[in-house]
Design a protein around this ligand. Structure first.
Ligand SMILES: Cc1ncc(COP(=O)(O)O)c(C=O)c1O
Length: 476
């Protein structure tokens, strides 16, 4: 079935070379990592760039115009998740990782405070908290990777008094499971804590509403990344309750733009968001995100959700019929309730990194393989026991990623097509039959397989993607 939304992204059918010298249109199933660029985002930036100038204190026409565009992007980034301008600050950062780190620095915490996160988090919503306080993990069920919501509520209640924050992902980047975040938020508030939603995966696929700042099921903090929302120009967002930030601590990054006044013996910090955006901001990234948000508003989430679910169900049906394929997490093609179109799997006898390489170099299909920056969760899904975990840690510390347990992940965007799913299924079926035509070399340190005869010449597609050997620009 042709997808009417396909023409909305750049490069959907870009031709890519295969090992045998032929060329096929690229099929991209790595959307959970980063999405392609929306055509309208690119067009809007080409309108904006001739007017681009430094923002804030510049007095010229272009500076004023850029400042207005930047401020309007900030409003849109807050409106997109239902922020209340009187209660929330909207801070532009470079991505979700920076947003969580910033919040982990700025959140007011009492000594001995606990943060509870879940056992399915991306490292970006885990490690920043470990650096600041005691962290506990709400349990997931190994059989399908869903959060055990009853046990989670009990764990939250048990921490009441010490608990500062529950920090949960809206949806897993490994299984696509969507968390019951309203329940978690209610439980957090009843325990006297606040609630952070990591919306890096959820925001591109489902509408988000923080609710009123006194609602028992409200979200107090939201973080998300523009590069997962078809606007890959280096912007991300932290939306935060202002009254929860610790103004005594000062900002995590200090410098231009963060202050009201500086003398040699006194610094007066500015208010948020200025104090939280040190240095010259990424105006172009903010404008790109604004245009992507306009796209979501125009199209709504209904067709996006319907399209992605239908395609993922087609993939699941096909994978389950291929002997030797294991799908992790929930695998029922009829059940897309509380789940995004993300499908992790393995092919028996084929290391996940080799499977990904064969899909890329022999079939022109982009997926991701490994642990997806969620080592503890993937280990649970793959039932990696303590002995194997010890061996894995030792190997990784010795710079050998070759035996890292993991899976292949196919993740969908609204522009994918049935024919691409069928190509992926055909390629996986060949892999399962042991049909690997190329020769590959394992790069142990990277844990990746590369063609024995070397990588393609990427500069055929983009001039600056050239090997340093070829990039001999004559000096002027
Ligand atoms: C759930 C989740 N949280 C956080 C991140 C980190 O996002 P970024 O790489 O944009 O900082 C990701 C990235 O994949 C993610 O999937």
């Amino acid at each position: 079935m042709a997808n009417p939304l396909r023409c909305e992204v750049l490069g959907a059918d870009a031709p890519v070379p295969l090992l045998d010298g032929s060329t096929v249109p690229y099929a991209n199933f790595d959307n959970a990592a980063s999405t392609p660029c929306l055509r309208t985002v690119w067009q809007r930036l080409s309108e904006f760039l001739p007017w681009y100038s430094s923002v804030h204190r510049g007095s010229g026409y272009k500076s004023r115009l850029s400042t207005v565009a930047y401020d309007r992007a900030r409003e849109a980034a807050g409106e997109f998740v239902g922020a209340d301008p009187s209660a929330h600050t909207v801070v532009f950062v470079k991505n979700t990782t920076e947003a969580v780190n910033k919040l982990a620095h700025r959140l007011r915490l009492r000594p001995g405070a606990t943060v509870l996160t879940t056992a399915m988090e991306h490292h970006s919503n885990d490690l920043p908290w470990r650096a600041r306080c005691r962290v506990g993990f709400l349990p997931v069920r190994p059989e399908d990777g869903t959060l055990d919501a009853d046990a989670a509520e009990a764990a939250i209640r048990a921490e009441a008094g010490r608990l500062a924050l529950v920090a949960a992902t809206g949806a897993s980047n490994v299984t696509g499971n969507v968390n019951p975040f309203r329940r978690l938020a209610r439980a957090a508030h009843e325990a006297g804590a606040l609630f952070l939603l990591d919306a890096a995966q959820l925001a591109p696929h489902r509408p988000i509403d923080m609710l009123a700042p006194d609602d028992p099921e409200r979200i107090d903090f939201v973080v998300y990344s523009a590069h997962k929302m078809y606007a890959p120009f280096g912007s991300g967002v932290l939306v935060a309750r202002r009254d929860a930030l610790d103004d005594e601590r000062g900002p995590d990054q200090r410098g231009g733009g963060t202050v009201r006044v500086v003398t040699h013996d006194h610094v007066g910090w500015a208010d948020t968001p200025e104090v939280d955006e040190a240095g010259s901001p990424n105006v172009v990234g903010a404008v790109a995100l604004h245009e992507a948000i306009r796209f979501y508003r125009r199209h709504g989430f209904g067709l996006i959700e319907q399209t992605e679910n239908r395609l993922a169900a087609r993939l699941l049906r096909g994978l389950l019929a291929i002997p030797g394929v294991t799908v992790y997490g929930r695998s029922d093609p009829e059940d897309f309730e509380n789940r995004l179109a993300v499908v992790p799997f393995n092919v028996q006898g084929v290391p996940h990194a080799l499977a990904a390489a064969v899909l890329a170099y022999e079939h022109g299909i982009g997926v991701r393989a490994g642990c997806f920056c969620a080592h503890p969760y993937v280990k649970t899904l793959l039932r990696v026991g303590p002995d194997e975990e010890r061996r894995m840690v030792a190997a990784l510390m010795a710079d050998d990623r070759s035996r890292l347990p993991g899976a292949v992940r196919a993740s969908f965007g609204f522009y994918n097509e049935d024919s691409e799913v069928d190509r992926l299924l055909e390629a996986v079926a060949r892999l399962a039959r042991g049909e690997i035509r190329g020769e590959y070399r394992l790069d142990r340190a990277a844990g990746e397989y590369v063609p024995a005869r070397g990588e393609p010449d990427y500069s055929q597609s983009f001039a600056l993607a050239c090997s340093p050997r070829w990039d001999r620009v004559p000096p002027c």
